[in-house]
Design a protein. Structure first.
Length: 209
């Protein structure tokens, strides 16, 4: 994609919009910062221009903005969702895309695609049924970062997974849920210990997974 320039004011607006959702689940805002960090580094690893990587990272901050349209009782439910509840939660992708639809701001145009398609799966089993390279690259990268951070984080309905276990799960789902090129880039940067999400952990090698 072409390089997108955006101002410091636009950066701050994006970060504040993202915090609207994040405060419901994580008042520290850690999830959005870690996902953005992962998206930036994965994007650079696969050879994207640094400004494109920065655009993808800021767009990824808004991946769950549509959750403002989902009740707290579902977002913060301590147990598993039943099928009807899950269908309601799935609407957050379209709600998020609708919130940003028609924007003249290029980074919000990217964020619209991320919001709508970050739950697509490489094999076509995601929310919208897109598969492979039909899924926008920015959404494919965000999907890996989002799932990994969700796995290693405590949530009302689950305990945090160990880093190595989460890495192995992402690797297992390469070519099924995730773009293999994106997974390879993710594993490369996390193995080097570059991600914010694992900055306090010992370096991880794929040989120990």
């Amino acid at each position: 994609m072409s390089v997108i320039e955006f101002s410091e004011d636009e950066r701050r607006i994006i970060e504040r919009l993202a915090s609207l959702v994040e405060f419901r689940e994580d008042a520290s805002g850690g999830h959005i910062r870690r996902v953005a960090d992962m998206v930036r580094r994965i994007s650079l690893e696969i050879g994207l221009d640094p400004k494109v990587a920065e655009t993808f990272a800021h767009a990824a901050m808004l991946h769950d903005i549509g959750k403002i349209g989902i009740p707290d009782s579902l977002i913060l439910k301590p147990g598993p969702l039943d099928p009807r509840e899950f269908e309601r939660v799935k609407r957050h992708t379209r709600i998020g895309a609708a919130l940003m639809a028609g924007s003249k701001c290029p980074v919000l145009q990217v964020a619209e695609r991320v919001a709508r398609f970050h739950h697509e799966r490489w094999n076509g089993s995601g929310y919208e049924g897109l598969c492979g390279v039909d899924i926008p690259l920015e959404a494919r990268i965000t999907a890996v970062a989002d799932v990994f951070d969700a796995l290693i984080s405590s949530r009302p309905y689950k305990d945090a997974w160990p880093i190595r276990t989460a890495m192995a799960e992402i690797d297992r789902l390469s070519g099924i849920d995730f773009d293999p090129r994106v997974v390879a880039a993710f594993l490369a940067v996390v193995t080097r210990g570059e991600l914010m999400a694992v900055s306090l952990c010992e370096p991880v090698s794929r040989s120990v997974m």
